[in-house]
Design a protein around this ligand. Structure first.
Ligand code: GSH
Length: 418
């Protein structure tokens, strides 16, 4: 059913065969054309901001991985790692280096912003992490320099309340810092933080959650807020904080591990018809329901995927599957092609479910969502983008999705490994 937030999904569901037209030959030109379109937007490459000079180039670095050019650098890195794009690998990595170097310079020489220095998606930690990935992919031994800068940020986020807005969520808080370390570990096969550092960050997250839950008399063990709101979803909420604690569960004391599992189960109980409200205690209004990665099932699914992988308990996989069913019905979003609150973000849930179940139905569903991105209905009926190149709201995340659709066995929501 069409609504103000999503297009009607009129596609037939999986009948046993995948779409034939989405092979490398068909997708590669779309990827290349979308990358060219993104690069044309950037002042660094003669795009629309070029005439405004250095100021425009600097402002492009603002917004970190979420909306700044650091996110474009990550997308180019991701494409360069796909064997199908091997002939363009060096070019994409050189472009990525140019962008991420501008961002690291801005971190070091720009106005120091105490609130975003250790931030993953909105600040310094994310920039240094992507710089390390790009340098490493280029075979440069000095990739250890941004890694060192990343490591130094650990002390900033150690105090329980290091940020007034909330110290634990994914974009600027400790869950983000842990998430970045996880991405680096996975992609560089390197333990970036010492066990003592990991333990101290996890302890601070646990302490902060216990303090908040006690102070606000919550009937469950761990809770958090961001700018005064008790979010549940992946963007700023409980689910991605718990996801990170589960990702480092071997560093937790048994009693704390138990608190994390209780909180996971508590969050599971907040489900309303395959979805979760943005805030704790809200009732979902059907006509205004958010089915986004940032708020709702398409982002919370990753917590339950992690819970399933760690515990092997089928109820977590079942919950994840229900997230996928809702996303199939209501995930053709009108907000654009992005991964935060757009069609590619929805489709990533199917790639997650494919990895968890091996069921080709999910590849088919992801293919249908990819197809929809290039229809007239989507182009005419979706919102005009604020930023074409943003990794989360614009086309850079869409490019990552198209690449992952070509290699679904390795697909992963950008920078959010389960
Ligand atoms: N400025 C954004 C864009 O250009 O894409 C749109 C803002 C947006 O959609 N924000 C998300 C959301 O769920 C959270 S990151 N907003 C609340 C709503 O749609 O009601």
């Amino acid at each position: 059913m069409e609504s103000k937030r999503c297009f009607a999904n009129r596609f037939d569901d999986y009948q046993g065969s995948l779409l034939a037209g989405q092979c490398k030959e068909a997708v590669a030109p779309l990827v290349t054309a979308t990358i060219d379109r993104i690069l044309k937007e950037l002042p660094q490459f003669g795009g629309s901001g070029e005439s405004k000079g250095a100021a425009a180039r600097e402002s492009c670095c603002q917004g970190g991985l979420y909306s700044g050019v650091a996110g474009v650098a990550y997308m180019l890195y991701h494409v360069s790692q796909c064997p199908l794009f091997a002939p363009s690998r060096e070019r994409y990595l050189r472009l990525a280096k140019k962008l991420i170097d501008a961002c690291t310079r801005a971190e070091e020489w720009g106005e120091p912003d105490a609130d975003t220095r250790a931030a993953f998606l909105l600040g310094g930690a994310g920039v240094y992490a992507v710089a390390a990935l790009v340098y490493h992919a280029l075979g440069r031994p000095d990739y250890v320099q941004p890694l060192g800068k990343f490591r130094e940020l650990c002390t900033i986020c150690a105090p329980v309340s290091f940020l007034e807005c909330g110290s634990d969520e994914l974009f600027v808080g400790r869950a983000g810092y842990l998430c970045a370390a996880l991405v680096l570990k996975q992609k560089l096969s390197l333990e970036i933080l010492t066990p003592a550092q990991i333990k101290s960050i996890c302890q601070a997250i646990l302490e902060s959650g216990k303090q908040y839950a006690t102070k606000k008399r919550k009937p469950f063990p761990l809770m958090y807020s961001y700018y005064g709101t008790e979010y549940l979803g992946a963007a700023h909420g409980l689910s991605s904080i718990l996801q990170m604690l589960l990702s480092y569960h071997e560093h937790l004391q048994p009693a704390d591990r138990e608190l994390v599992w209780q909180s996971v189960d508590f969050l599971m109980e907040q489900e309303q018809n395959c979805n979760w409200p943005p805030e704790l205690g809200e009732m979902i209004e059907r006509e205004n329901e958010l089915v986004h990665w940032c708020h709702g099932a398409p982002g919370i699914a990753y917590l339950f995927a992690k819970a399933y992988l760690v515990s092997k308990k089928p109820q977590y996989l079942d919950t994840c599957i229900r997230c996928g069913e809702l996303t199939w019905r209501k995930g053709l979003l009108k907000k654009g092609p992005g991964i935060c609150h757009g069609v590619a973000g929805s489709a990533y849930v199917f790639l997650l479910l494919y990895r968890l179940t091996g069921n080709s139905k999910y590849i088919y569903r992801a293919q249908r969502f990819a197809e929809f991105l290039f229809t007239e209905e989507f182009k005419a009926g979706s919102r005009v983008l604020e930023s074409i190149y943003s990794l989360y709201e614009g086309f850079s995340g869409t490019v990552c999705f198209l690449i992952d659709l070509l290699q679904p066995g390795e697909a992963e929501f950008p920078l959010f490994s389960v």
